[in-house]
Ligand binder design. Structure first.
Ligand SMILES: Nc1ncnc2c1ncn2[C@@H]1O[C@H](COP(=O)(O)OP(=O)(O)OP(=O)(O)O)[C@@H](O)[C@H]1O
Ligand SMILES: [Mg+2]
Length: 361
């Protein structure tokens, strides 16, 4: 397997990762708490969460640089929990990608192959091929300090891919770069993912990045996975208040569920998905782009006034204040021929029933 000649020639059936009830403590603090996750061969999955939520610790247990206190890591159904990192054959790009400063690009990329004692000619041809793939061939003889952050990042990716691992683990690989370059490189990583067909586990705290790149996103908070879903479902159907608030902007409306109806803070009926459970207090979540402010309303909604507006280029953010003092945001795209209400105008806030999520935690 290791000697296989092509970088893109991995067997598509390898590279499945399963985590079973992983737990890791540092002293009395719990960094990773009962994390279970199953990643299919070739899948692109992101671990998304705020600082300190346990993303790096989880990745390091997959890579073998940290040992879990309990639980298991499986690669293609083989238990690798206690295998040292170099015997796992997983490509790793660390949070602070460390290139060897005294080695050229080509030497950096060749390093994992030299460690594996491949023949010189084989090393040269592999290095040439992977540098070509990440568009770095012309920089092969440069040193890290002679390159931009984005170029160094590509070297780190090449170095992690060169020995043809079935799985690539990436920890905030674009963290140090500016916004434009991040967007450019995230497209490159996506393209690379399509081309090489590797399983990729990608750690980030950037919601847009996770939603744009992933087949599925696992949202982490305080060492636990709160939701694992396709990006669209993470955004449209958040499982709890943390996920709703962490991924994108959201309006939260305190509601009472009563006899199958959803009542707002002023007792008004609100549009919401059908509710068949017991009566209780809950929170209704609706995204700003789904919240409409109508000056001549029809149907259910919350009465109030426009209390402010901000122009943000392609859209206008309207602030709404209800008669009971609830503040909500509405995002309206700035397309011509659309009249936007003015500050002070009375209006009703509403949304399509299907665009609302009811959370009862
Ligand atoms: N070696 C360590 N010793 C003690 N505590 C640690 C150690 N490594 C991590 N922690 C703690 O474990 C928790 C999870 O850390 P981790 O690095 O996994 O978070 P993260 O999600 O990667 O955060 P970030 O986005 O800031 O990189 C944090 O509270 C952190 O302080
Ligand atoms: Mg981290």
């Amino acid at each position: 397997m290791l000697m296989k000649a092509t970088v893109s020639g991995s067997d598509m059936k390898t590279g499945g990762i399963a985590l079973h009830n992983l737990q890791k403590r540092y002293g009395s603090a719990i960094a990773v708490d009962d994390v279970s996750l199953s990643v299919s061969p070739g899948e692109f999955i992101s671990l998304l969460g705020p600082s300190g939520s346990g993303k790096t610790t989880t990745l390091m247990m997959i890579a073998g640089f940290e040992l879990p206190d309990s639980g298991q890591v499986l690669l293609d159904e083989k238990d690798i929990t206690r295998l040292p990192p170099h015997r796992r054959e997983l490509g790793v790009i660390f949070q602070n990608y460390a290139l060897f400063p005294h080695m050229t690009v080509a030497e950096n990329v060749a390093y994992p192959l030299r460690m594996r004692r491949l023949a010189k000619a084989e090393i040269e041809s592999r290095v040439r091929r992977i540098l070509d793939q990440v568009h770095l061939s012309v920089l092969a003889s440069r040193y890290p300090h002679q390159m931009s952050g984005g170029q160094q990042q590509r070297v780190a990716i090449a170095r992690a891919l060169v020995f043809d691992p079935p799985v690539l683990l990436l920890d905030e690989p674009l963290g140090a770069l500016d916004k434009k370059l991040r967007e450019h490189l995230r497209n490159e990583i996506k393209t690379l993912h399509r081309e090489v067909g590797k399983t990729m586990i990608y750690v980030t705290h950037d919601q847009d990045e996770a939603l744009a790149m992933s087949d599925r996103v696992a949202v982490m908070h305080e060492g636990r996975i709160r939701q694992i879903s396709a990006p669209k479902d993470i955004y449209r159907r958040p499982a709890d208040l943390f996920v709703a608030g962490f991924v994108g902007e959201v309006n939260l409306v305190p509601v009472k569920l009563k006899s199958g109806m959803v009542h707002g803070p002023g007792g008004e009926n609100l549009p919401a998905p059908a509710w068949h459970d017991a009566d209780r207090d809950a929170t209704l979540c609706v995204r700003p782009e789904h919240l409409h402010l109508e000056t001549s309303p029809a149907g259910f909604g919350i009465r109030g006034r426009i209390s402010g507006m901000t122009f943000v280029g392609d859209a206008t953010i309207l602030e709404f204040r209800s008669e009971t003092g609830l503040q909500l945001l509405s995002k309206v795209l700035n397309v011509s021929a659309k009249t936007i209400p003015e500050v002070g105008d009375p209006c009703v806030a509403s949304w399509a029933a299907n665009d609302a999520t009811i959370l009862t935690e």
